[in-house]
Design a binder for this molecule. Structure first.
Ligand code: XIL
Length: 352
């Protein structure tokens, strides 16, 4: 009898140990590593563009803090948002984003100090009127200097990368964009903007950020040539940002990889800065494979150190609002559930 009781004791103890292990396993399955942890372990940035008013939504902030080690203010560091009139600053939105990043140990990608592009201005309105109205070179240069100084000094503590210039080339072809600033001041203003930003925030990496330059071809070649000219003229450029709005699907992986290798050869860091990949036929597995390809190309090229998404949930993306194109381009669905594309990034980052 005593022996039976003893045996029963061991069966119960052993059983409960087993089930504790089982629970541990379930626990592990229920909370796998986050993208943030996987990327941080590989010394990569995984980022998302954010809007300050969305920081009121708990699901939004929980996901943002959990999954990303970098934040890009989608609009609130831009010139129109920060200084719509000369000397009239609006910091509320930017401050809110900066406070969130500080509180959650994230770094900010400072997007963007000057976005002079004429096509984008037609599309979105990217520069305040007083900048476009400044016809005297000196006045225009003073506006640029003052703007850069104000934004950089305010956010340097939490911003470790700046998109000093956004979209220097023509959007739909390959030449230097003939916008008001470049036509008035020549390319020299870009060199000066980099030098000034570097003087104000010497530890930050400074980037040229460009659209539609992720494939081999004329625009890629023109961008390489421009960056080389700017470097030769003394601009402290540390990285190239490729936006990655793959609205018609990303390039073939080998094409993207060859573009990244060209930048690596130039000695620059590389960031995919605004990734989104729309789906219009409900094929989320294909979208996942496309995300995997982009991440795979980045992981294959050592100089590629960042993938930032233009948002993270299909609930809030510029494509819904701006294009009226509800094409589910991101990695969480509108209810903040991870999509196949999330799992694809997770898998890619988990591989050795
Ligand atoms: C977009 C924002 O997502 C929109 O909300 C805004 O109306 C216009 O700008 N390339 C860029 C980003 O570099 O700054 C743009 O962001 C998208 C295209």
């Amino acid at each position: 009898m005593r022996r039976n009781a003893f045996a029963l004791f061991w069966v119960i103890l052993f059983g409960s140990l087993l089930s504790a292990c089982d629970n541990d396993d379930k626990e592990r399955q229920a909370s796998p590593d986050t993208l943030r942890k996987l990327a941080t372990d590989r010394q990569l940035y995984i980022g998302a563009a954010v809007y300050p008013h969305l920081l009121d939504e708990t699901r939004y902030t929980e996901t943002l803090a959990r999954e990303f080690n970098s934040i890009t203010p989608e609009n609130h560091f831009k010139w129109l948002a920060t200084e719509p009139e000369p000397g009239e600053y609006h910091w509320e939105g930017g401050d809110r984003i900066a406070a969130f990043a500080r509180a959650n140990g994230q770094k900010i990608r400072g997007h963007t100090l000057v976005w002079p592009n004429s096509f984008s201005h037609q599309q979105f309105g990217v520069l305040p009127d007083y900048v476009l109205d400044a016809s005297a070179p000196e006045t225009l240069q003073n506006h640029i200097d003052a703007h850069i100084e104000a934004v950089v000094t305010r956010y340097a503590d939490v911003t470790d990368r700046w998109d000093v210039i956004n979209e220097p080339l023509r959007t739909l072809s390959a030449g230097v964009d003939p916008n008001h600033i470049t036509v008035t001041l020549g390319e020299e203003w870009i060199v000066r903007a980099f030098q000034q930003t570097h003087a104000l925030d010497p530890d930050a990496d400074l980037y040229v950020n460009e659209a539609l330059a992720e494939s081999p071809g004329n625009k890629h070649e023109a961008l390489l040539a421009l960056v080389q000219r700017l470097l030769d003229a003394g601009a402290p450029i540390h990285g190239i940002g490729l936006q990655g709005h793959f609205l018609g699907g990303p390039p073939a992986r080998e094409d993207l990889e060859s573009v990244l290798r060209d930048w690596q050869e130039l000695g620059l860091k590389i960031a995919i800065t605004e990734l989104d990949i729309p789906v219009r036929d409900g094929d989320f597995e294909r979208q996942a494979a496309q995300y995997a390809d982009v991440m795979g190309a980045c992981l294959a090229v050592e100089a590629c150190i960042e993938i930032t998404l233009w948002g993270f949930t299909d609930r809030h993306t510029w494509l819904n609002d701006f294009m009226g194109d509800h094409s589910a381009p991101l990695i969480f669905d509108a209810d903040y559930q991870p999509k196949p594309a999330y799992r694809a990034l997770h898998e890619a980052l988990s591989q050795d």
